[in-house]
Design a protein around this ligand. Sequence first.
Ligand SMILES: [Zn+2]
Length: 315
Amino acid sequence: MNTSKERRKKLEIFENKRKSSLSYSKIFSSKVSGPLVVVVGALHGDEVDGFEAMIEINSLLEDGTLSLLCGTLVLVVGNPFAYLKGKRYLKHDMNRSFLKEQETQCLEVSRTKEISHFLQTLSEKFTTEKKFFVDLHSTSKGAELLVYRSDNEVLRTFLEKISTLPLHFTYKEGHIEGVLIDEAHKQGFQSFVVECGLSGKNSSVALAKAHLSQLLFLTGMITQKDLLLLYSPSKNNKEKSQQRRYETISPICVRKGFRFADENVQTETFYPKGTVYAFDNIVGELRAEEDLFIFMPSKNVRPDDKDAGFLCRRL
Ligand SMILES: [Zn+2]
């Protein structure tokens, strides 16, 4: 993990707004119109890999090593305040805070409103049919995966072209309240999350870059030569294992006294129908109503978290 001085320096790269109305973001446009791609990194401040990938792409575009054939690329630092402190979030998990009725006044809630407004403005300004939104996260237990809505077959087919990740976590509408990719979806973007692997690892940054460069290449925004600047197929093209796709059954509510039955629970832990997967003070034993798998966004459940993870079925 970077020191706070290093983090401040890296954040400064995005402080100087470039043609963008949103703080901590930059816009790069080709003279030729084309697709719109919005990339967010560090929406969880301690998940730095996507942000590191953005820094590299930014410097290649700034010094002219990389150029866009067409279209517009927007780079956004999701939660600069938590990033500075090296924390997931300060008071509010920003990836659960994109809600219509948010009364609370704080830096993070204000930023969700600014980002929503910014996406709306972009969506109205760019009339292209090809609008993509990528939110780059890291994992706390190492499961690299893609996240998107379960009802979006068009996106699924596209993601299979840009990604070799075998693990797909898909969610039903309303199951992850206030999540940024859902907000982007409502604003007309094809939106998805890449969970890039353990935070701070070179392989996670490489995975973020691989997804971004493949996306830019397949939308015709960069040449094959430029694709290879960012992407080394030998490193990233691990043997393609069989795809495992899951769909949410429901979120796991964090009620008083909540704890998982198995302290080593992790994403894809299986519970057969009838077995106890967690406890809390209200219901007592929480039992699987069908064969299910647990998916977890973070290792440590905090009492103020909106959910402790998700119950999923395999598709
Ligand atoms: Zn995250």
